[in-house]
Design a protein around this ligand. Structure first.
Ligand SMILES: *[C@@H]1O[C@H](CO)[C@@H](O)[C@H](O)[C@H]1NC(C)=O
Ligand SMILES: *[C@@H]1O[C@H](CO)[C@@H](O)[C@H](O)[C@H]1NC(C)=O
Ligand SMILES: *[C@@H]1O[C@H](CO)[C@@H](O)[C@H](O)[C@H]1NC(C)=O
Length: 489
């Protein structure tokens, strides 16, 4: 009998106590303690089912009790509110018909890639979610009831909302009942686009202009909404055309768009007027940069500090062999990102696709919200000046952490109050070899408190999510829940 590969959903509850480590002048990148798989106090609670596979999207309810999982041909609702068990509450099966599958395979696609891989899973309103899947290389989207998982009768075409090819990465976020996405928008997979969908009334769906240069073969990583700015930020890597002297130099980017955008009146009609992008540079002095972003998480400002004190923590790897097997963590402040976007922009020559420093007069501020009523002249300027001249450099002008032994693939970040009432930043990092590292950032540097083996043999974890349950159990410690999906074979 052949055992089919299946996915597991695991939940690990960890307590972070910061008491023992307030040992001065010590930084360490080898974990202080290492727990092998299944160690007491570090046991995983898992859920798996024989027909559950290719789980990629996770979404946790606001109360932290319900976990939604997007998988192959299915959406699951798991009850994660109990201490030692994860229960299946309901399941929606959503697969292409025999005919759809036949067509998919006739188009030359492997049968194994033709199912419906769920790639967008977001809360839409208080009663419904919005879900999209690759659906036999013909993406479809639907509303589903968040309690019962029943699906709307009509489905939407998913072009521009979800990739066709399940191996292509995408990002999606719903804000104000509108869907903002970064994905490729064609069957062949060579038309990347950042767009808005589900807009109603005086609002229109928007996308990037079709001309070249906006995005260069990007790999989308994440999208974040910053409420006080009414902006959405996208994180991705792409080919850095501005470095045309290096062949296929990958750069990491942050890009922004304003929620208030409704496109231009003649120029940039139904197109973003507020799109701007900048390089995110995870680099120490003149050393080679860790240039390829892998994951990013946002740390909200501490209580009583400015709303702009948001920090973005990202994992970066390098495209060069000298840094293979290594990875770095860098953090970026929102303040710095905003200042780069309000600075100067490079100009793109659309005939040669070469970037140069701007020489013409500045007739508009690219990236500024509220340009929809701007003159054609101003909008033409915006259309050609969307790459910020300067790069966003890491906070403190240094790398947060460099690991020479591990390739980290996922991270989450939290701020924790220790017994001495001081606030510390704690990172949870997953290694490609199946270990979870819990690291605290001290003034003198990062300190890896512990390592927990979460699976073996080594294999990539596909998704990771962290939450702090409302009820905290012990004084001076914070209790985290980590959910992830992995193939346990
Ligand atoms: C789905 O899961 C199987 C088994 O882990 C894997 O071989 C395959 O590549 C996955 N497909 C996609 C589209 O991720
Ligand atoms: C949420 O959206 C769905 C789909 O458009 C709609 O059927 C439902 O009535 C909405 N719920 C509320 C509370 O507005
Ligand atoms: C654009 O300007 C016109 C006239 O100045 C005004 O009536 C309209 O409300 C403006 N549109 C927006 C979206 O601000």
């Amino acid at each position: 009998m052949s055992s089919e590969l299946m996915d597991s959903f695991c939940l690990l509850r960890l307590t972070v106590t910061l008491l023992p480590l307030l040992n001065p002048c010590l930084t360490r990148l080898t974990p202080r303690v290492s727990f092998p798989m299944g160690s007491p106090g570090r046991r995983l609670t898992c859920f798996s089912s024989h027909d559950l596979s290719n789980t990629t999207t996770l979404l946790l309810s606001a109360d932290g009790e319900k976990l939604y999982v997007g998988a192959r041909d299915a959406v699951l609702l798991l009850d994660v509110g109990h201490k030692d068990t994860v229960l299946l509450r309901s399941k929606l099966d959503w697969s292409p018909s025999e005919k759809d599958l036949e067509e998919c395979s006739m188009k030359g696609k492997k049968m194994a890639d033709c199912p419906n891989f769920i790639r967008v899973l977001q809360f839409f309103n208080s009663t419904h979610m919005y879900v999209c899947g690759t659906f036999a290389f013909s993406p479809r989207c639907a509303y589903i009831n968040s309690e019962t998982l029943t699906m709307s009768l009509n489905t939407d075409e998913g072009r521009g909302r979800c990739p066709y090819d399940p191996y292509q990465r995408n990002t999606a976020i719903i804000v104000g009942e509108e869907l903002y996405t970064g994905t490729v928008a064609d069957y062949r997979g060579n038309r990347p686009v950042i767009s808005r969908h589900l807009s109603e009334g005086s609002r229109v769906d928007l996308k990037l202009d079709d001309t070249l240069g906006w995005l260069e073969d990007p790999t989308f990583i994440s999208s974040k909404f910053i409420p006080h700015e009414e902006k959405i930020y996208f994180f991705f890597s792409e080919v850095g055309r501005e470095y045309n002297f290096v062949d296929k130099f990958i750069v990491s980017r942050v890009s922004q768009i304003c929620m208030s955008d409704v496109g231009g009146q003649r120029t940039l009609q139904r197109r973003w007027t507020t799109f701007a992008k900048a390089q995110l540079l995870c680099q120490d002095g003149s050393e080679l940069p860790y240039n390829v972003i892998q994951d990013i998480d946002l740390l909200p400002p501490a209580e009583g500090t400015s709303v702009d004190d948001i920090l973005f923590y990202g994992i970066f790897t390098s495209q060069w062999a000298v840094n293979s097997g290594r990875s770095a963590v860098c953090s970026f402040t929102l303040t710095e990102i905003k200042s780069i976007f309000s600075g100067n922009y490079k100009v793109l020559n659309r005939d040669t696709l070469q970037w140069s420093a701007r020489v013409q007069e500045k007739v508009a501020n690219p990236g500024e919200c509220g340009l929809h009523n701007a003159s054609d002249n101003a909008l033409r300027f915006v259309k050609e000046n969307f790459l910020a001249e300067d790069s966003v450099r890491p906070a403190g002008r240094r790398l947060t952490l460099v690991s020479r032994e591990h390739i980290y693939s996922h991270l989450t970040v939290q701020r924790v109050q220790a017994a001495n009432k001081k606030l510390y930043t704690v990172l949870f990092l997953l290694t490609e070899s199946g270990h979870l590292h819990k690291a605290v950032l001290l003034r003198q540097g990062p300190y890896i408190i512990e390592e927990v083996q979460v699976f073996k043999p080594p294999q990539p974890i596909r998704s990771l999510m962290l939450s702090i349950p409302k009820v905290q159990t012990e004084a001076y410690s914070v209790y985290f829940q980590i959910f992830f999906s992995s193939n346990f074979g």
